[in-house]
Design a protein around this ligand. Sequence first.
Ligand SMILES: NC(=O)C1=CN([C@@H]2O[C@H](COP(=O)(O)OP(=O)(O)OC[C@H]3O[C@@H](n4cnc5c(N)ncnc54)[C@H](O)[C@@H]3O)[C@@H](O)[C@H]2O)C=CC1
Ligand SMILES: O=C1O[C@H](COP(=O)(O)O)[C@@H](O)[C@H](O)[C@H]1O
Length: 247
Amino acid sequence: MAQSVLLTGAAGRVGTAILADLADEHEWRLMDRDPMTDDHPGEFVVADITDEEVVREAMDGVDVVIHLAGDPRPDAPWDSVLTNNIDGTQTIFEAAVDADVEKVVFASSNHAVGAYETEERTPDLYRAHDDYLLDGTELPRPSNLYGVSKAAGESIGRYYHDEFGLSVACVRIGNLTEGHPPIDYERGQAMWLSYRDCAHLFDRCIRADYEFEIVYGISDNDRKYYSIERAKEALGYEPQDNSARHD
Ligand SMILES: NC(=O)C1=CN([C@@H]2O[C@H](COP(=O)(O)OP(=O)(O)OC[C@H]3O[C@@H](n4cnc5c(N)ncnc54)[C@H](O)[C@@H]3O)[C@@H](O)[C@H]2O)C=CC1
Ligand SMILES: O=C1O[C@H](COP(=O)(O)O)[C@@H](O)[C@H](O)[C@H]1O
């Protein structure tokens, strides 16, 4: 069934991948602080997610929020991630609860657990023969302040689920690259997320029933060190791509 979805950070790469395949699948309200130049479905709200009043207005009548807006740079400074990723995310969750939204899908990151990639484990970790797997039940172990902000976003989601019953899915996105897996970059190939698998995964987050989930958002790569079993079980994710089988 089509849902009414608020998509924050709609003008960015992940938003573009989602809308490329799902524009006609749901009723969209898009939000970004930068205007979108391409054709897009639904209404576009140019706003900063830290603007509480505008965010509250944008939640009206919404079933699901996909929250992508934030500073995506692994080397982003603390003042930026504190404002855009932590404060902005809390504003989104608070407004979602007040507006009786059913689900919030939060764009978390591989960098929330990047410090599991220790010197002893790498580079074997990135290779198909290695059987080390993170499955989403491990504690966060951020590799930078950006990763700290994503771990904080997951905790904010956990709080709003436990306290207010909001359904929350945190997707630890790997490396979204359009058209082909990253070239000459083993880590990126291990955590590649193709555009079509990205759209499908977020569609499953919109449609599935769940309480609180942390899943990895990668394609079905031979090299993977992130398990996709929970995304399959809880959300019905069925990825089609694999960085080892790409021409
Ligand atoms: N692209 C990837 O491979 C990965 C992305 N992610 C996460 O997914 C989300 C989207 O990432 P991308 O699309 O790659 O980044 P992007 O930079 O292409 O898109 C982010 C969008 O959010 C908007 N934005 C940023 N701060 C905002 C604010 N305060 N208010 C309103 N809009 C704001 C920007 O204008 C931009 O259009 C981010 O939260 C990022 O951390 C996580 C892991 C991997
Ligand atoms: O969270 C993110 O992760 C991806 C992959 O990380 P990288 O360090 O291997 O590049 C990154 O491309 C993206 O910008 C970031 O938001």
